[in-house]
Design a protein around this ligand. Structure first.
Ligand SMILES: [Mg+2]
Length: 385
């Protein structure tokens, strides 16, 4: 089970806690009473008037003239965020912050010490309340997708548990806008088909989804069934994903070195894709026959987990080094850093940056290897070795 912990009206709640005269009042953080800027957070009292974050200040005043505007103190919110993360860390090191005020936690390894996920969720919620005088909502579910919806389901101070057997029942009643990746445009497409709830989306044939969304069809098909295999990626661990290989004999041949790059890049890409993360800094590590070790890296503009893009970037780095020195090589490594999980995925999934063809090659190759093992599928360039 995965936990999603989300602080309620975070910035506004901190301001109310620190200035009791604000308690019970419509507090707005950010924006200005003269109507400039957008608001960053609204207390629950302000939300009753329809105020919400990202709303222009002018509109907020129209809806709620008595709103109290507070200048954001980001450093203070960041400090509180650190305190919250310290609380998470008492229960599990495997937590993945999404922003200052929310995180996913994988508590599977903490069961012996603290009990099951629900119990740990309750303890975290009450610890935050007692030690920080702040209110959090918690979702407990078999995966990230469901846990995030669950934490939002009964705010504020919500605590919603969705067991594996309840996932489809829980989802079916919900609006399709809850499905990650469904923006206003996709929502319209679904509306034309009369699809408004996730249950209706689940009943759509896969072929219909493929017609409408091409390669993204599978994404909707899976989420409508509550299937989400993304793991909780702790910041601490996820600095980079890499593979390296020491050769039985030092290598001189460019062709052979190139094929190793393809192989390593593909292993890295596969691991990134399996965990649904992407990275933007591609690094090549080279150890020469005399054990001198160097590395070269390049940061690309949009994060990727496509094997081809990782390989091509790594190949260019290798070539630059080979142009300078042609000593034989005993070890090659490829890694991808600057990693990011779901928010980036979301941005790219429907963005233009992704090379659709590459994506299809990767997912086909991954599927074949998942069924038949690694040896079943090698790219042309790795075969020549
Ligand atoms: Mg929040």
């Amino acid at each position: 089970m995965i936990l999603h912990v989300d602080m309620d009206a975070f910035y506004a709640a901190i301001e109310q806690r620190d200035d009791p005269s604000l308690i019970g009042k419509p507090v707005v953080v950010g924006g200005s009473p003269t109507g400039r800027g957008v608001i960053a957070a609204a207390s629950y009292e302000a939300r009753k008037f329809g105020l919400h974050s990202a709303m222009p200040g002018a509109q907020a005043i129209r809806l709620c003239p008595q709103a109290i505007f507070i200048k954001p103190q980001m450093q203070k919110y960041a400090d509180v965020s650190k305190q919250i993360r310290k609380i998470f860390n008492r229960f599990t090191p495997v937590f993945e912050p999404l922003s200052l005020d929310e995180a996913f936690l994988d508590v599977a390894g903490s069961a012996k010490l603290f009990g099951d996920a629900e119990k740990i969720g309750r303890m975290i919620q009450s610890t935050i309340a007692e030690e920080l005088q702040l209110v959090a909502s918690v979702g407990v579910a078999p995966n990230k997708f469901i846990a995030k919806i669950a934490s939002d389901f009964d705010k504020p101070n919500g605590f919603v548990v969705v067991q594996a057997a309840e996932v489809t029942d829980f989802l079916d009643q919900l609006d399709i806008s809850r499905v990650w990746g469904v923006g206003p445009k996709t929502q319209k497409t679904f509306q034309r088909l009369g699809v408004q709830r996730i249950g209706q989306l689940r009943k759509l044939p896969k072929a219909t989804l493929q017609q409408l969304f091409g390669l993204n069809a599978d994404h909707f098909w899976r989420l409508a069934r509550g299937i989400d295999t993304r793991q909780v990626v702790p910041d601490r661990i996820a600095k980079a994903v890499g593979h390296e290989s020491t050769f039985p004999q030092d290598i001189d041949s460019d062709a052979v070195l190139d094929s190793w790059i393809w192989e390593l890049a593909d292993q890295v890409g596969r691991r990134l894709r399996r965990n649904q993360i992407r990275g933007k800094t591609i690094r090549v590590k080279i150890r020469f026959h005399d054990f001198r070790t160097i590395s070269r890296s390049k940061t690309i503009t949009a994060r990727t987990n496509a094997s081809r893009q990782i390989a091509e970037t790594a190949l260019n780095l290798l070539r630059t080094v080979r142009n300078e020195q042609r000593d034989s090589i005993r070890l090659l490594g490829v890694s991808v850093g600057g990693l990011s999980g779901q928010s980036n995925q979301q941005q790219l999934l429907f963005g233009q940056e992704q090379d659709q063809q590459t994506k299809q090659i990767d997912s086909t190759a991954d599927a074949i290897r998942d069924r038949f093992g690694s040896a079943a599928m090698k790219r042309g360039s790795t075969l020549d070795r």
